[in-house]
Design a protein around this ligand. Structure first.
Ligand SMILES: CC(C)(COP(=O)(O)OP(=O)(O)OC[C@H]1O[C@@H](n2cnc3c(N)ncnc32)[C@H](O)[C@@H]1OP(=O)(O)O)[C@@H](O)C(=O)NCCC(=O)NCCS
Length: 154
């Protein structure tokens, strides 16, 4: 089951961060901000009462764009469609807010994440050199579901 996360989920979300990202995990303050802000949200994937995955996203009403900031699934639960379900639910929320373009950055070495995003229709549009620090590049990936205001002008 995938649902919106709230304050009571912070401990479980931090555990996902720690196990999936180690040193590069988001801080408790960042997790809290994503939950509290109107232009952001976190989704939690549950197995029983336990959070086994999460997705974090930002929304811009001005440019009608949704940004996926992270998707993470605990090792034992990978390869079973949890990541895909989380991403799909992010997109439903983007869609409900009238957002027309979804984007994300992903480490060029992160094959599993690139496979997940590609499988859901995201396309590599460019490379951001040293995005994660010296020598660690990111792909910028995008999925369009309609014309966005930023595309109207040449
Ligand atoms: C990336 C990640 C979220 C994928 O989650 P997941 O639950 O395993 O993904 P899914 O099972 O939904 O798989 C989605 C797609 O990814 C691809 N995929 C997943 N596991 C794969 C594997 N072992 N080999 C090849 N492709 C794979 C497939 O295309 C799959 O689609 P399909 O099932 O229709 O064939 C997970 O590996 C993870 O948490 N990694 C660590 C955190 C991370 O790097 N996050 C991304 C950056 S924020």
């Amino acid at each position: 089951m995938v649902r919106l996360a709230d304050e009571d989920d912070i401990a479980g979300l931090l555990e996902i961060e720690e196990k999936c990202f180690g040193k590069e995990k988001f801080s408790p303050e960042t997790i809290r901000a994503f939950i509290e802000r109107d232009d952001a949200f976190i989704l939690a994937a549950l197995e029983g009462d336990v959070i086994v995955g999460s997705a974090m996203a930002l929304m811009s009403d001005l440019v009608k764009q949704g940004k996926v900031a992270s998707v993470a699934v605990l090792k034992d639960f990978r390869g079973k469609g949890v990541g895909s379900a989380l991403l799909g639910e992010c997109e439903k929320i983007f869609e409900s807010q009238g957002l027309k373009k979804y984007s994300l950055e992903v480490d060029t070495m992160n094959e599993l994440a690139i496979a997940l995003y590609s499988s859901r229709g995201y396309e590599i549009k460019g490379m951001l050199r040293d995005f994660y620090g010296f020598g660690r590049n990111a792909y910028y990936m995008e999925k369009k579901v309609g014309p966005s205001p930023m595309d109207v002008r040449g």
